[in-house]
Design a protein around this ligand. Structure first.
Ligand SMILES: Cc1cc2nc3c(=O)[nH]c(=O)nc-3n(C[C@H](O)[C@H](O)[C@H](O)COP(=O)(O)O)c2cc1C
Length: 208
């Protein structure tokens, strides 16, 4: 078996964060994936030795922030190359708090989701957390940081960045659920715009 074949797998980069008994901690992960859409579920694989893993096992919920390409390498090093057992990774780092009381990040992040752990599978060195998404929100728009991007930055390279912008609102027809995807911002469409699927007027469109 040529295990280098595995290097062709692609991964995103995320921060898994949790608060337990007043203590916040978080670590970088590259193993978050959506497994099903109905219900909306994800899996995350985490090393048993991580403090974050230990805290999640006690709390059974955590948040996942999706890192944008604009995120500085220092932020990734802070959360991914040292343990909360030795330092407070949140010192000087701004975060928000989700409905479960867990921290999540908004700067240089594309989205966050709050997840409830529904089952834990023991993989020896790691646990596989099977999770249900309880809350999700888009943050900045831009490109997601990949594991390959992280390796480029770590090797001293740079990424072709797009400036972060607030996430675009999604408008959809309340009757047929057509999602508006045109180049013109929905707000700037003329008043006589109608849904291309069911013909309902602009006023029937709603936003999330
Ligand atoms: C690029 C990158 C990807 C990582 N992916 C994972 C992962 O998927 N699962 C995991 O448990 N740890 C992963 N880690 C390692 C943890 O982030 C690291 O062990 C961290 O220091 C744990 O901190 P903690 O003890 O405060 O939880 C990754 C680290 C980096 C830099």
């Amino acid at each position: 078996m040529d295990t280098s074949a595995m290097f062709n797998l692609t991964y995103g980069l995320f921060i898994a964060s949790v608060e337990l008994d007043g203590r916040k901690n978080a670590c970088i992960i590259n193993t978050a994936i959506q497994t099903t859409s109905e219900p909306c579920c994800m899996t995350v694989t985490m090393q048993k030795s991580n403090l974050t893993t230990e805290m999640i096992l006690k709390k059974w919920n955590f948040s996942i922030s999706i890192i944008a390409q604009t995120c500085p390498l220092e932020m990734i090093k802070n959360f991914g190359l040292r343990s909360g057992r030795e330092c407070d990774k949140f010192a000087g780092v701004k975060c928000e708090i989700d409905n479960n009381g867990n921290p999540y990040f908004t700067k240089d992040m594309l989205a966050f989701m709050s997840v409830d752990v529904s089952s834990v599978i023991d993989l020896g060195t790691h646990y596989l957390f099977v999770c249900k998404v309880a809350e999700a929100e888009k943050l900045e728009s831009g490109k997601p940081m990949t594991y390959a991007d992280y390796r480029t930055l770590k090797a001293g390279g740079s990424l072709e960045l797009t400036a972060p912008q607030p996430a675009k609102k999604t408008y959809f027809c309340s009757v047929c659920h057509y999602v508006y995807d045109g180049a013109t911002p929905f707000e700037d469409l003329p008043d006589d715009y109608v849904c291309p699927i069911c013909g309902k007027p602009k006023s029937f469109f709603i936003t999330e």
